[in-house]
Design a protein around this ligand. Structure first.
Ligand code: ZN
Length: 405
């Protein structure tokens, strides 16, 4: 393919170096539409550009066939813009404690391909990088293109990232493999020219939920990712709030009981020690010691049993949700977000957990946010375990690495 072809190469559109403000604004609009087809009004909100600027550049981009206008809608500004004849693949990766999920999507469609892989520490420090690279190649082919067309890679890892340097400031200490240094550089052998945008995996899951899931159309959202460990992400006005060290909102290490169990972070009585996945599974095993042998070994297995009516699993999950609700009450008083979203493994049991957690949250936080026409709500995740990879994909598309660090 050449630049004279009628199909544009997304890499040329997004990567071409330019100092011109006009080119930067064009890229912002293209990126916004690649994240999600949208109206001019919403693109202006998403990019922070004026309506007039958006309108002028959109006309130009439609003329070049980079964007196209959806049929339908009452007037020109109410119609959604979609990506036109553009070739490129966007990728998002969520790395967890023992596995990863990769999402890939052609920039001109909304259908996302996923694959997951599990691995352990015995496979070496770089297993997650090798597995990610393999899945990216597979998925790019599945979209009908190939790895040469990858335009951006969003990478969510279970670690805190210093937003100013991209360096890891704190790795989840339960991790058995090395994530030290700048994780972005691990990909340079496999995809030397592709921008890799790295962030905490719960931050990116929050972003996914904000753009495509339960947080659509709200201004501020707090996302709690409750799985093996408890993570979170806070979004305000479309931006991830990270704090100085990338540790903002880390509810998993809020002290719930100063006399409680010592946590893997070195503090005592953190929420993580009470409702972390392994702790919950351990409680089931304790309750059934000597009575049953077919005990669940994972949070997933425990949730399945609760859904089939197992009273022990149900009780332990509901008690955990009350603890989560109490922790969320503190978040609610501090941040007063529009919405709270329960994601991660526990998000899959939202029908069992959101009720008791909401009761507790409301009991221990200020009434003004509930006695209101638009009360603060706690809801289950809509994207489930794909939120992290989807959010990583969207976030990397959105961030202009020729401008941002
Ligand atoms: Zn802790």
């Amino acid at each position: 393919m050449t630049s004279s072809s009628t199909t544009h190469d997304a890499r040329e559109l997004l990567w071409k170096p330019s100092d011109s403000l006009r080119d930067a604004n064009r890229r912002k609009i293209i990126r916004a539409v690649m994240v999600e087809p949208n109206t001019q009004v919403n693109i202006a909100r998403f990019t922070g550009l004026s309506q007039a600027t958006v309108s002028g550049l959109v006309n130009e981009l439609v003329g070049e066939n980079v964007l196209r206008v959806d049929s339908g809608g009452d007037n020109e500004r109410g119609k959604k813009l979609r990506v036109g004849a553009v070739r490129g693949v966007a990728v998002g990766i969520e790395v967890n404690h023992n596995g990863l999920t990769v999402a890939a999507r052609r920039v001109d469609t909304s259908s996302v391909e996923y694959e997951t892989a599990n691995f352990g520490a015995e496979q070496g420090d770089n297993a997650w990088v090798r597995e990610s690279a393999r899945l990216i190649r597979d998925l790019a082919t599945k979209t009908g293109l190939d790895a040469e067309h990858v335009v951006s890679i969003g990478l969510g890892i279970p670690a805190a990232i210093d937003p100013r340097t991209g360096m890891v400031t704190q790795v989840a200490s339960s991790l058995d493999w090395d994530l030290s240094g700048n994780p972005r550089h691990r990909f340079s052998d496999h995809f030397p020219h592709v921008p890799v945008i790295v962030d905490n995996e719960a931050n990116l899951a929050a972003y996914g939920e904000y753009v495509y899931g339960a947080g659509r159309s709200v201004e501020s959202m707090y996302f709690i990712k409750a799985s093996t460990s408890i993570g979170s992400g806070l979004i305000t006005n479309g931006a991830i709030y990270r704090g100085r060290h990338g540790l903002a909102g880390e509810i998993g290490h809020v002290t719930m009981d100063p006399q409680g169990t010592v946590c893997r972070c070195g503090n005592r009585g953190c929420l993580d020690t009470i409702v972390g996945g392994n702790r919950l599974v351990e409680q089931v095993r304790q309750a059934y010691t000597g009575y049953r042998v077919d005990l669940p070994t994972s949070l997933e297995g425990m949730i399945e049993r609760a859904k089939r009516g197992d009273q022990v699993c149900t009780r332990i999950l509901q008690d955990a949700s009350r603890d989560i609700g109490l922790a969320l009450a503190r978040v609610a008083n501090l941040l007063n977000p529009d919405i709270m979203v329960l994601g991660g493994e526990l998000g899959r049991a939202a029908d069992l957990l959101v009720g008791p957690a909401t009761n507790e949250m409301q009991l221990f936080s200020l009434r003004g946010m509930y006695d209101h026409a638009a009360p603060t709500k706690l809801v289950g995740s809509e994207l489930g375990l794909l939120a992290g990879a989807q959010g990583a994909l969207a976030f990397a598309l959105r961030v202009d690495s020729t401008v941002a660090v």
